[in-house]
Write a protein that binds this ligand. Structure first.
Ligand code: GLY
Ligand code: MN
Length: 472
């Protein structure tokens, strides 16, 4: 650490003069040419506006920067609503959408965005910012102001009939050196709207966002297909690479290697790689156990590509061969899943796949003597079968009828932990099979069919050589 001190001294001195230099030039889309277009985000704001009440105003904040520990923050993750409506991946910003055209100070129009300023000193530590000009040029906004102007901008919130805004904020810290950070934006909003007086005009915009986001547009589906195909490849390569002696964390490394190798920025959620007893823990993320021959591995993973996440689960034996008991439970889950997928038709109720899966699983567990009453299937299948998928792994949606353009998961499972009230031959079998299903006007499309699901296909794939060849 000692040797760092002179470096810091040097840096802080040199940065004083550096910070007075002109901000960097903004590069045109420097690395990726398949991001959502500015027309997409503008179109989404226009649709949002149509769903707003008359004389309404909506206020949507960027996510906070979240602290990991001491002076290290987590990599920034934008509020998906904010990203969907703007395309901006920066913190300390707020979007204001008006139902009707409005004149505020010198600005004319029906939307306004407040963003953080360029700051060469900070940018040299944490990366480039768009600034006002960048947001205009890259994201197509007309009315862009600095976040430090939010408080004094003449938006008279009392004038509006309804104020749509998020009801929950968490983990917002005040940066004393930044008077336009999220802490100050929220404080100014609360004060300007007199939020803490008994104002009846506040409403959440969650139902509007759910209505928009639950149906994916073609641009979004292109990104989702990419995230899902990367995830299939990672699952398939893990099947080839898995072997007794490998650890859960090594299997996580194989999966996440392929995510990054194929250009996914992140995992959409912490990777779940649970073997043997850990296959029965629904959201297991410790990933420390070593595989032994005879163990099952439940791999529930999803690459996140340009914000959109996949969510695919495969369960397979680490030695490449299912035991008789594992095969019986696996085929039961597979049958339930296939029935669930088939049921995903336009205009069906949201829970149609769950009902199909429950019917099969409850009857068959009883026939196998694993349960003693039909209702007790819940001991071993304790979660729902579907959720929407998109910018969030558990994406927003209103759970009405299924409609073309929606992507939902179908993921039944059976989890029989050690000590369960059944023949011990079933213990430590945890199986979930999960696919990402696009609802269409006709047959549902399984977007993750690129990873095998049958016992025969999985066992055949596991015989193939893995790309790491000598991976130990
Ligand atoms: N993949 C995690 C979940 O669906 O809950
Ligand atoms: Mn899922």
């Amino acid at each position: 650490m000692k040797f760092l001190l002179p470096l810091f001294t040097f840096l802080s001195l040199s940065l004083v003069s550096f910070s007075q230099e002109k901000p960097y030039k903004i590069a045109d889309n420097p690395y990726d040419n398949d991001l959502l277009s500015k027309e997409f985000h503008k179109g989404r704001r226009d649709e949002f506006r149509k769903l707003m009440p008359d004389k309404g105003v909506a206020v949507i904040f960027a996510n906070p920067v979240r602290n990991r520990n001491n002076d290290v923050d987590f990599e920034y993750a934008q509020n998906p609503d904010f990203y969907y409506l703007t395309g901006l991946n920066e913190p300390n910003a707020v979007l204001v959408i008006f139902k009707e055209d409005t004149k505020i100070d010198t600005l004319d129009g029906n939307e306004l965005i407040f963003v953080q300023n360029r700051n060469p000193l900070r940018e040299s530590w944490t990366g480039r910012r768009f600034g006002k000009e960048g947001v205009k040029k890259q994201l197509g906004f007309k009315n862009v102001l600095l976040n430090t102007d939010f408080r004094k901008t003449g938006i008279d919130f009392k004038k509006y009939k309804e104020i749509l805004h998020p009801f929950q904020y968490n983990d917002i810290r005040n940066d004393d050196e930044d008077s336009g950070d999220l802490y100050d934006l929220v404080k100014a909003f609360d004060q300007n709207t007199e939020k803490y007086s008994a104002n009846k005009n506040f409403k959440s915009f969650d139902d509007i966002m759910a209505k928009l986001r639950e149906v994916k547009l073609p641009e979004e589906l292109t990104l989702m297909r990419k995230a899902i195909s990367i995830t299939c490849e990672a699952e398939n390569e893990l099947m080839k690479a898995a072997h007794p002696g490998m650890t859960e964390y090594q299997s996580e490394a194989v999966v996440e290697f392929f995510f990054k190798h194929r250009g996914a920025e992140n995992e959409g959620y912490p990777s779940i790689l649970g073997s043997k007893e850990n296959s029965c823990v629904l959201h297991y993320t410790t990933n420390r156990k070593r595989f032994e021959s005879g163990d099952l591995l439940l791999s529930d993973v999803g690459a996140e590509y340009h914000g959109y996440t996949a969510d695919v689960t495969r369960t397979f034996p680490v030695n490449g061969k299912f035991t008789e008991q594992q095969k019986i439970i696996y085929n039961l889950v597979l049958e339930a899943q296939s029935a669930g997928i088939k049921a995903c038709r336009k205009d069906s109720i949201f829970s149609v796949a769950h009902l199909a899966a429950v019917k099969l699983i409850s009857q068959k567990l009883l026939q196998l003597g694993i349960t003693k009453t039909e209702g007790s299937f819940r001991k071993y299948f304790m979660h729902g079968t579907s959720h929407y998928l998109g910018l969030d792994v558990h994406d927003v949606g209103n759970r009405g009828t299924l409609q073309p353009g929606q992507v939902i998961t179908v993921e039944p499972g059976i989890y029989i932990p050690e000590g369960a009230d059944c023949d011990p031959k079933w213990w430590n079998i945890g199986i979930r099979i999960e696919d990402d299903i696009l609802i269409t006007a006709g047959e549902p499309e399984n977007l993750s069919a690129c990873s095998p699901r049958t016992v025969e296909d999985i066992e055949a794939l596991m015989l193939q050589k893995n790309v790491f060849k000598d991976l130990k």
